[in-house]
Design a protein around this ligand. Structure first.
Ligand code: FAD
Length: 459
């Protein structure tokens, strides 16, 4: 791309345009997952809708690959590209809260931590993910799995409206009343349909929670899984808990001699009356011998960010994802062997419960693929040293191969899919896929927004 052509874009934007000669180019091109070491022609740090419009027009007119970056967390590194233009929304992280209307307006590049910080001040929250550095942009557009799903639904279920810069460079609002087809697609269909510069969310009262991890002996895994599954079936929606296989992290609540041992765990979150927390969480603690636990009252944002230090940016990661209808004996048996050899303290496999409020929303109401699944499974290899890449990827693949035959679903959760699974997009959406491809044809007939789990426009 000739320098004077890029200068033309720079002259039309307020946010900085960073190109290969610039001192902060290497920092600006980096995304969270170090597997994706790409060299874009330019990174536009947009500061406004006008900047985003200029970037979109420029990419379309010059036939450039266009990467859109919210929090930069996508496992396949969709927030960067080689030779193209990156529109980086990280300077659009404002959060404005109207506590009386229980609404928040959130910039397209905000992180979960930004939203939690702003809404917690009013004792309000949205359901979001388990790591606070994740972008609200990608999280919401793909669905949004986190602690509050059973009580409040997916993140995308709390979306009221979105300001979208479309592939033609226009700005539209999508909501139930305005451009409802686009609004439907934005709630689960990923970044295919335009760049969301502002999300409007409905907030719910959540301030202090009781929760945290309970780490069990690995051998107890079958009993822990059964107790957890059965307890959640009848527990109030205010209780959430996900199950995981890990190595014990080097944290003070784990005896030092156990650091690094293979274990299993439950991470709990009770948003109901604190006086009833023990009744809700206690039966989970009794599921097996406990290595260590850190369950207690805490502000909701503290739980949301408690795993951040184990998952710093700049490491290597590789993911695979599945849904499963129920955790029956075949599913448990399939998880035990690969789960028991999680390869380091950063890596692990989780089973996240859906159900509850997730199924209050009808399967056709949003584009999110599989609401009838009881659980979403995520297998994440995460490592700081590139020499470990083959070993880590093998573990994730072997794990997935062991469990997938018992899934009952072809696809998985779009936000947990890595590059290798881009071919599963149609399966991820099932019967919603055709409608998504028609909406795509209406809003992005050129497939300008193709660096995502891509849904090509219908012919
Ligand atoms: C450490 C870690 C923890 C995670 N935990 C969870 C979790 O608990 N629950 C969960 O559901 N997911 C989780 N995820 C997955 C996460 O939801 C996806 O990776 C999501 O895509 C990240 O969004 P992002 O904006 O940070 O990523 P980016 O890489 O910036 O973007 C991801 C995709 O969304 C598009 N996009 C982002 N913002 C916008 C926008 N404003 N407008 C249009 N398109 C946009 C991008 O173009 C790209 O295609 C986690 C990921 C990581 C790395």
């Amino acid at each position: 791309m000739p320098a004077d052509t890029l200068e033309d874009l720079g002259s039309r934007t307020r946010g900085p345009l960073i190109t290969p000669g610039d001192a902060d180019y290497d920092r600006a091109r980096a995304v969270y997952n170090a597997m994706h070491d790409r060299r874009p022609a330019a990174i536009l740090r947009a500061r406004s809708d006008a900047d985003v419009m200029a970037g979109v027009d420029f990419a379309r007119e010059h036939d450039l690959d266009l990467a859109v970056r919210g929090g930069g967390h996508s496992a396949p590194g969709y927030g960067t590209c080689d030779d193209g233009l990156v529109i980086d929304l990280s300077e659009m992280r404002y959060v404005r809260v109207d506590p009386s209307a229980r609404r928040a307006w959130v910039g397209g590049g905000a992180t979960i931590g930004d939203v939690d910080h702003a809404t917690h001040a009013y004792g309000l929250a949205i359901p979001a993910g388990f790591v606070s550095t994740t972008g609200v942009g990608g999280l919401t557009l793909g669905g949004g799995i986190g602690y509050l799903n059973r009580s409040l639904g997916l993140t995308c279920d709390r979306l009221v409206s979105a300001d979208v810069i479309t592939a033609s460079g226009d700005r539209v609002t999508a909501s139930r009343d305005q451009n409802p087809d686009l609004f439907w697609a934005l709630r689960g269909g990923g970044g295919n349909f335009g760049i969301v510069t502002a999300f409007e969310f409905e907030l719910s009262p959540v301030r202090e929670i009781v929760g945290g991890p309970i780490v069990f002996e690995l051998e107890a895994a079958p009993d822990v899984i059964r107790s957890w599954r059965d307890h959640l079936r009848q527990a109030p929606r205010e209780l959430s808990a996900f199950f995981g296989f890990h190595r014990a992290p080097p944290l003070p609540f784990i005896p030092e001699e156990r650091h690094g041992d293979n274990v299993c765990l439950l991470v709990t979150c009770w948003t109901g009356d604190p006086a009833e927390a023990e009744e809700a969480i206690g039966p989970l603690r009794a599921a097996g011998p406990v290595v260590g636990e850190m369950v207690g009252p805490m502000p909701y944002p503290v739980l949301q960010s408690s795993f951040d230090p184990l998952l710093p940016p700049g490491c290597y990661s590789y993911w695979k994802s599945d849904f499963v209808r129920d955790v029956d004996e075949d599913v448990i048996a399939a998880h035990l062997e690969p789960g028991g050899r999680a390869p380091n303290v950063h890596s692990g496999a989780h089973l996240y419960p859906l159900g509850g409020a997730v199924t209050d929303v009808g399967p056709e109401e949003t584009a999110f693929g599989t609401r009838e699944a009881g659980f979403a499974v995520n297998i994440v290899g995460f490592w700081p040293d590139p020499a470990d890449t083959d070993r880590m990827r093998s573990w994730v693949r072997e794990y997935y191969d062991a469990i997938h035959p018992f899934s009952g679903f072809d696809g998985g959760y779009t936000n947990f899919m890595d590059t290798e699974d881009a071919s599963r997009v149609q399966e991820n959406y099932g019967s919603a896929y055709e409608r998504l491809s028609r909406v795509k044809a209406d809003w992005d007939p050129w497939n300008l927004f193709h660096l995502n789990q891509n849904i090509p426009p219908a012919a």
